[in-house]
Structure formats: C-alpha cells, structure tokens
Design a protein around this ligand. Structure first.
Ligand SMILES: C[S@@+](CC[C@H](N)C(=O)[O-])C[C@H]1O[C@@H](n2cnc3c(N)ncnc32)[C@H](O)[C@@H]1O
Length: 372
C-alpha cells in the first residue's frame, strides 16, 4: 500500500484560490493552507493528522487535485525529469499528466487557449525517463474502466523553473485528463460558447441519458448549450424570453417557448425528463425557477444540469445550502464543479437514482347526492 504524503495540491482558475481555501477550511478543518500561487494551492494535513487511503478532496473549485510529493527546481529539463521519478519512488504510476497552473490575471483566464507545446514536450521527457519497472499506458483520451483506481504522476508547471510533483488516482472521467481539462473545442456551427459548457457538464456528470431523451433548458438563448444537446440526438424545449439563433430555431428537434420560466405553461414539461438551466440571475432566482417545475405534481424530472451564477464570489460560501435545497426535492446524487468552461459560476449535476415518478392523482368526480 502506498504511504500517502501529508500534503495535497489543487489547481483552480486564476483568482479563485481564496474561494478554494475557504471551501477547504469549511469542509476539511484539518487541512491548513501552505504554499500557493495564482491557480495553484497546496494544503497540509495539520496537527499530526494523516491522509487515509480513501481520502478524497471533494472541492467544487479544485479542477484537479492530488497528493504532493515535492517540488523540482528546473535547470536542465532532462535532469529535472529524473528528479521527478526520484520523488515518485516505488509508487506504481500508470500515466503521466503535465499541465501548467492558470497564471492569467484574475478574471482574464481564457479556457480556449491551448497549453504551450512545451507542456507535451515535458510530458514526453518525463515518460522517457521512467524506470524500466514502470508500466505506463500511452496517453489516452478516453477514460477506461480497467484503469480506475490506478495512480497518475502529476507534474504541474508552476513556473518554467519550478515543477511540483504529485499523484492522483484515476476515478471520475475528469481525472483522466491533465488538470481535469476535457479535450474539447468549439465546433464551427456552435452559436455560443455555452456549447462547450454543456458538453463538459455532460461528460463530467456521466448521466445515464437515453438516446432520444427530452430536455428543457431554462435560459436557452442564443442556443449553444441546446445545440450540444441536439448534437447528441436529444429533443430540446428552450425556455427564454430572448431570441434564439435562427440555426437553433430551425432544428427539427428544437422548440422555443419564448417566455420566462414562471410564465411557461406547466403542461409543456410533462414529457420532459432532463432539465438544464443557465439563467443570468442570482442562484436563488434560478433555484426558485427550477423548484417551481420539479415539485409540480405532473412534472417528473430525472436529472438536472444547472449553472448557478455567482455575481459575488462570497456566494460560493453558500453552495452547501444550494445543494441541500436541491437534495430536498428528492435528488440524491448532487455534485458541483467549477468547470473548465465556467467563469464566475458553477455547474451542479443532480440525479434522482432510482428515478421515481410522482404518483398520478386521478381526480374523482364528486358524487351527486340522491334526493331523499
Ligand atoms: C447566459 S444566457 C444563456 C445562454 C444559453 N444557455 C446558450 O447556450 O446560449 C442567460 C439567458 O437567461 C435568460 N433568462 C433570464 N431570466 C430568465 C427566466 N426567468 N426564464 C428563462 N430565461 C431567462 C436570458 O434571456 C438569457 O438569454
């Protein structure tokens, strides 16, 4: 069994470090902030606490996390690659992930900017320096069940002359990609960047959505997210008082309800099983809109992908309260993540497992009293 070091690292969007540290302090009071830079945070297990084998750092704002083994000063990169393996020691790693921290000025991160070519060169260099006993799998872009639970060597380029080395286990689909970044790029026909946000949410949540499923999206204009759903073959009911892009409107599986959610007739949702929301309003406004639908007697929603905007970062402190509210509607699998394509907002994935429809209430006609 691998002895786990008493430090963890997490990478996050630039400018979100303090939000992440507050989240960690709330959920893991035994973790203390240690070294950090923009986009990169480390935390130490304090007061002689030690990570146990099953420890998971389930933080919304950590896009990737792992156990920290140490840092390597980089002069000659080939020598640095050998140092990386010294830190790994006997840990049986199966993959090498290399990525840079997000060092953009806060609020200026561009999720579309590809990482520099050097990142791949460093990954090749480290892989080539692996001891013979190490059995690395080729860089793989599709999460494979057989690799679940295996260790990955993490090398975060904190600065060109400073790499931090750690390990994480392959678990959820995002853990298969360096930095938790799914390999996505905007298709030419996409009418808004929300396409990528929805695609990332679908890949991360891994919802068991059947082919031909029916979705509704609250806040659907101009239509990028709806397109991501349509491209997967789903039917979409877009609810938005604003205009949809003509390319989306023309899609045979798309219907536009040009209304606010509160004014949308409830019968339009009777056959809908999956709900997305991306309303540009404070979280409780979105949650009120969603609650009014999912608690309606004749509406049965199995799973939801909700964007909760955080106009103030301090609202991040209330995320546990928002998730609890969603659970109170009967959703027992509720997770949140600050997606790669989220800006000042988070994605919540909520699923009812097993799915239970509300009982059908048959109204009986009142019997007329017979005249006596
Ligand atoms: C961020 S945009 C949505 C982007 C969209 N998901 C896409 O893929 O292009 C937010 C949208 O929420 C809509 N909106 C605001 N309040 C709403 C409400 N009460 N019901 C439905 N839509 C609403 C706005 O009109 C706006 O189009």
């Amino acid at each position: 069994m691998t002895t786990l070091p008493p430090f963890i690292f997490a990478t996050c969007q630039s400018g979100v470090e303090n939000v992440l540290k507050r989240e960690a302090a709330r959920q893991y009071p035994f973790l203390r902030p240690a070294f950090s830079r923009r986009g990169f945070v480390t935390l130490k297990f304090a007061d002689a606490t030690q990570p146990l084998e099953g420890f998971r750092f389930e933080a919304v704002f950590a896009r990737a996390w792992g156990f920290t083994l140490g840092r390597v000063e980089v002069g000659d990169q080939a020598e640095a690659a050998r140092q990386v393996w010294k830190l790994i020691g006997e840990i049986p790693v199966r993959m090498v992930h290399v990525w840079p921290r997000d060092s953009a000025p806060p609020g200026r991160s561009d999720p579309d900017t590809p990482w520099p070519d050097e990142v791949e060169q460093i990954r090749s260099l480290i892989s080539a320096a692996a001891p013979e006993s190490v059995n690395l799998v080729a860089p793989d872009t599709t999460p494979r069940r057989g690799l679940r639970g295996q260790w990955v060597l993490d090398c975060i380029i904190v600065d060109p002359d400073e790499w931090w080395v750690g390990i994480h286990r392959l678990e959820g689909p995002e853990t298969f990609y360096p930095g938790g970044r799914f390999p996505l790029c905007l298709p030419e026909h996409a009418v808004s960047r929300a396409y990528l946000k929805m695609e990332e949410a679908l890949r991360w949540s891994q919802f068991p959505v059947p082919p031909n499923a029916r979705w509704a999206e609250l806040g659907s204009a101009p239509g990028g997210a709806s397109q991501a759903l349509l491209d997967r073959g789903y039917e979409v009911l877009g609810v938005d008082p604003a205009e949809m892009h003509p390319a989306v409107l023309q899609h045979p599986k798309f219907t536009h309800l040009r209304r606010r959610t509160t004014q949308a007739p409830r019968r339009a949702f009777r056959k809908i099983r999956w709900l997305a929301a991306d309303i540009n309003a404070a979280p409780n406004y979105t949650l009120d809109a969603v609650e009014s639908l999912v608690t309606y007697p004749q509406i049965n929603i199995r799973g939801m992908i909700l964007t909760l905007k955080l106009p103030e970062w301090t609202l991040a402190d209330r995320i546990p309260e928002y998730l609890e509210r969603i659970r109170s509607w009967g959703y027992n699998v509720v997770r949140a993540r600050h997606l790669w394509y989220n800006k000042q907002e988070i994605c919540v994935a909520a699923l009812m497992r097993p799915f239970k429809r509300k009982p059908v209430v048959v109204r009986q006609k009142a019997r007329r009293k017979r005249p006596t």
